[in-house]
Design a binder for this molecule. Structure first.
Ligand SMILES: [Zn+2]
Length: 350
């Protein structure tokens, strides 16, 4: 992190402090990016985040545990039985079953699958990352999900349970680079790196893919070479501190005529996509910005948007027939007199 970025960040922090925004990171870091593995709209608590005191140390340092705010160790805990969905498309590489719920919940033994309980390890298609899900409900993982089976983003994987080494019903999740391997640092689409005690709302849906402002698409997206660039402004990545609700990836700028670009190429899934821009909660903004969606095969379309509406909605940039192999560009331009928010672009196959 260089000095001017630190300074810029401090200034932005002052400007945004009245909206309780906290800057925690700058620059392009390109951690893997993935959805929270629950149905869209499900509100979950990160009961234990990275470096959590209960069990997130050593190989599990960069793990997350989800519940719904209750520590009650019984089947009436609201998250017990909650359906779990694949955060990305990929192959099932391992399945653990046979661990009971509400017994054998301490330590590591054969009765609780060495602490993991019931769960799955899924490898993203063509990629190095695996998602590992643990402590699931006995008997809930569909028998159709055998090792080697392909799952699509958003497919049902089973339910949250209370199996394995666990104090109360919750879902453990971490990414790794091998089956059940040591945890690696990653970001959620919905909430960057939430802390223990934060809440987040899943935005997972089938055929929904996200391009953030950090040269990333979510894992498993049919997107090649996501990229960003900007001109004529100081765009700074900042993230929301405290309660994590909604879109956390955002870049803002002061100054006139700033432009921020997202680039992507589809690797598969030709079809009609609805395209959106997000920046929920964005403040101190230029009310009038203009997006341009461009590709050789779709031409240019210009969409004017009042960023003040980002508090309530996402910007609808239209519906486009997108084709494999074409490079597409989305650009946002400010008209001056406020910040331009460049958070994420969402494409959803119709
Ligand atoms: Zn855990």
């Amino acid at each position: 992190m260089n000095a001017w970025r630190v300074l810029s960040l401090a200034i932005l922090g002052l400007l945004l402090s009245s909206q309780a925004w906290a800057s925690t990171r700058v620059g392009l870091d390109r951690n893997p990016l993935t959805f929270i593995p629950f149905q869209e709209g499900t509100r979950v608590r990160i009961v234990q985040g990275n470096h959590g005191h209960f069990s997130h140390s050593g190989n599990l340092t960069y793990s997350y545990d989800f519940d719904m705010g209750s520590d009650e160790n019984s089947s009436s805990n609201p998250i017990f039985g909650e359906p779990v969905y694949a955060p990305f498309s990929g192959y099932v590489r391992a399945i653990k079953t046979g661990a009971p719920d509400f017994s054998c919940n301490s330590g590591s033994s054969s009765c609780n699958n060495n602490g993991a309980g019931n769960g799955l390890s899924i490898q993203v298609e063509g990629g190095e990352y695996f998602v590992n899900l643990m402590h699931m409900q006995e008997g809930s993982i569909p028998s159709s999900l055998s090792v080697g089976r392909w799952v699509e983003q958003g497919d049902y994987l089973g339910n949250v349970g209370q199996s394995g080494h666990s104090s109360h019903p919750h879902l453990h999740m971490h990414l790794s680079t091998s089956v059940w391997g040591p945890s690696v640092f990653f970001d959620f689409v919905e909430a960057a790196n939430p802390d223990s005690g934060d809440w987040a709302i899943s935005q997972l849906a089938p055929n929904r893919y996200v391009l953030d402002n950090d040269r990333r698409a979510n894992l498993g997206a049919p997107i090649d070479s996501p990229n960003n660039s900007y001109t004529s402004g100081t765009f700074i990545l900042y993230r929301r501190g405290g309660l994590a609700l909604g879109d956390d990836y955002r870049v803002s700028t002061e100054g006139d005529d700033s432009r921020f670009y997202w680039f992507f190429t589809l690797t598969e899934l030709d079809g009609y996509y609805n395209v959106y821009a997000t920046c929920r909660g964005f403040s101190s903004r230029d009310p009038d910005v203009q997006y341009r969606v461009w590709g050789r095969d779709i031409g240019s379309r210009y969409i004017d948007y009042d960023q003040r509406n980002f508090r309530y909605e996402r910007a609808d940039l239209g519906r486009y027939g997108l084709n494999t192999g074409t490079r597409y560009q989305v650009r946002v331009t400010g008209s001056g007199g406020g910040s331009v928010c460049a958070d994420a672009i969402v494409i959803e196959l119709d």
